[in-house]
Design a protein around this ligand. Sequence first.
Ligand SMILES: *Cc1c(COP(=O)(O)O)cnc(C)c1O
Length: 395
Amino acid sequence: MPRLAIDGGTPVREDLLPYGRQWICDVDVDAVVKVLRSEWLTTGPNVAKFEDAFAKRVGANCAVAVNSGTAALHTAVFASGINPGDEVIVPVMTFAASANCVRYQGGTVVFADVRPDTLNLDPACVEAAITSHTRAIITVDYTGQPSDLDEINTIADRHNLIVIEDGCHALGATYRNRSVGCLADMTTFSLHPVKHITTGEGGIITTDSPDLAKLMRVFRNHGITSGHRQRESDRSWFYEMEHLGFNYRLTDFQCALGQSQLERLDSNLARRREIASRYRHAFDSIPEIAPLGELPDRQSAWHLYVIRLDLERLQVDRAKIYRALRAENIGVNVHYIPVPWHPYYLRLGYAKGQWPVAEAAYERLLTLPMFPTMQDKDINDVIAAVDKVVHAYRL
Ligand SMILES: *Cc1c(COP(=O)(O)O)cnc(C)c1O
């Protein structure tokens, strides 16, 4: 048996394979350069063009571009009318921004547990978390697999709640033959380089409601009710600040990059599906490794490929497996530390141990590399390294 790299053996590969990476082509560069040479660097004609193309792609009426996925979440929470005293239900198994956005508006985060198979928000836990102060539900499509939107929307309708879908993992995913982006009152996406399409930093919110879209456009521009270009064309200096907004605008050249990237979304998704299928097939014969459950009525966008380690069959814990795979030059990662475990939330009074499914899963999670420009050799390296490390630590 070959010696593990962590014990001084030869690593499976020479250079580190990251868990995610952007995909930039010459057409993207040309699109950005063209805007850099034009009149408008920030809010110009490419913002609306990108928003329209994005809305069309996900089957929503409107899209509002902002300068990060986090800004998208904040903007959606603002548009939901969340104020101090209001409660918003958020899954524990997500990135901190899914909960932080509630705090930005002074709302209270009520963390809910997830389903053991998909690690997506469990509708039964949502139901149990509702009080007379609940105003909204933020559901996250963990790893790219859509959460239980029909059940969540039904609960929301019954209690008159707004549903925000954090679709940052799920651009291009489908749920019961409909695209993520038109399943909730508002859906947020991130355009960070590890996500499906990138603008460097960036985010976008989709909605079917023109009123919500209008309010979100005001919020991203300091809460001011007319834009600079509109005032120029109206030859008017007058404007009013209606709300305490932010500068969350996305630049025109970033929107040109986003448009160009969006055109490759389908081939991006196809490659991710191919990689997932190669992994799934390989791990069929490794009993210590369990991929997440895949539900038949929805198609994941495969932002992440997450495996669960069967620690009862291994001599070591997740930390050791993580370090061993890193030593083999496989850029594994962990998504996510349960959000209420972070010091900020512990200081607010949240205590560990209240979300048994997510907290038990966390100890076993490992994210493997997944990005569209991965070569077949890269996939083989990941599988070989997992096989090598698991074999060495098998009980
Ligand atoms: C990436 C991500 C965000 C934040 O997006 P940024 O563009 O980095 O601000 C929010 N929620 C989830 C689930 C994410 O994966």
